[in-house]
Design a protein around this ligand. Structure first.
Ligand SMILES: NC(=O)c1ccc[n+]([C@@H]2O[C@H](COP(=O)([O-])OP(=O)(O)OC[C@H]3O[C@@H](n4cnc5c(N)ncnc54)[C@H](O)[C@@H]3O)[C@@H](O)[C@H]2O)c1
Length: 292
């Protein structure tokens, strides 16, 4: 989608961190943007920032919990109405759920998967039919993580499960949505300076009380950003390029390429020698994923 000026975008989790970085770049590109976020403190700060940049008139803020399907439908109605259509959907809201598998409870799994995976399922079911109906061309961005490809070796099982599912979802959607003139990108960020440490604070009341992750979430809340973690605006710029070029994979940190290489080498080595070499050649010519 080359032409973005004057078009509408909805960014979930758009009031902080990477989502805010994406929203800022889309506004700079001339779009009208609705940021939908769980946290009113984040929304207030983000809207004040856009006001201070003289861009407040092109940004709307809505409180939304992406796990609430009714509220999502209302937000979609408002977004289509007030933005005059939604051509870019960025499903980005997420929580950095982390902790040892040995203490994980059903509540920890449900919290992590409901927000990190279910939030995007809800975004798709709510927005996609409306976006198709517009018949104007559109683009969907899903924020996954490099953990989808190579998870951290400890404490990442719930997070990586959701993020890997989002990567597979984006890959699987691509051809199907191309038939409707809708492009798909999956953002796979490495480390950024954001508020992702506040997973415990974003945990709803229904998932408190029977968690095995309380201690880990308290510890995480005090974690400092490392100096070399990136500025979320960089993620925003990469996403803008990807929307314009309809690029599937958006990878922000080349430093992690070696991890992917060792993983894919191991996967390739696990494939047995094909019993039918002619069929293997034919399958090799059919590329299931078209990344650009
Ligand atoms: N920060 C990183 O290094 C990093 C790396 C890889 C992937 N990511 C992913 O990037 C995305 C954005 O995270 P971030 O790092 O910017 O963190 P962040 O906490 O700064 O921003 C996330 C925003 O999502 C909102 N949110 C949380 N739960 C929500 C819900 N149920 N409904 C609606 N909004 C909700 C939060 O209020 C917050 O404003 C997440 O999907 C995260 O998994 C982040």
């Amino acid at each position: 989608m080359e032409q973005l000026e004057g078009k509408g975008a909805l960014v979930t989790g758009g009031a902080s961190g990477i989502g805010l970085g994406i929203a800022r770049v889309l506004v700079d590109a001339g779009m009208r943007v609705m940021i939908a976020d769980l946290r009113t403190d984040h929304l207030q700060r983000a809207l004040a920032l856009f006001d201070s940049l003289g861009q407040g008139q092109r940004v709307l803020g809505r409180k939304l919990d992406v796990t609430d399907r009714e509220a999502f439908a209302q937000t979609a109605d408002e977004a289509f109405e007030s933005l005059g259509g939604v051509q870019v959907l960025v499903s980005n809201a997420g929580v950095g759920i982390a902790g040892p598998l040995a203490t994980a409870t059903f509540d920890d799994w449900d919290f992590g998967l409901e927000v990190n995976l279910g939030g995007t399922v809800n975004a798709l079911c709510t927005f996609l039919p409306r976006m198709i109906q517009q018949r104007r061309g559109a683009h969907i961005v899903i924020t996954s993580s490099l953990s989808a490809i190579t998870p951290s070796p400890r404490n990442a099982a719930i997070y990586a499960t959701a993020k890997a599912a989002l990567l597979a979802m984006g890959e699987a959607m691509r051809d199907e949505l191309a038939d409707h003139g809708i492009g798909v990108s999956v953002l796979l960020p490495g480390p950024f300076k954001t508020n992702i440490r506040e997973a415990g604070r974003n945990r709803p009341a229904r998932y408190r009380g029977h968690s095995g992750y309380e201690a880990e979430e308290e510890r995480l809340a005090t974690r400092e950003d490392a100096a070399d973690w990136s500025d979320p605006l960089e993620a925003g710029r990469r996403v803008l390029e990807a929307i314009r070029a309809n690029q599937l994979y958006v990878i922000t940190h080349g430093e992690y390429r070696g991890w992917a290489e060792s993983k894919f080498e191991a996967i390739l080595a696990a494939y047995p020698v094909p019993k039918d070499p002619e069929r293997a050649r034919a399958m090799g010519r059919k590329r299931p994923v078209k990344p650009t």
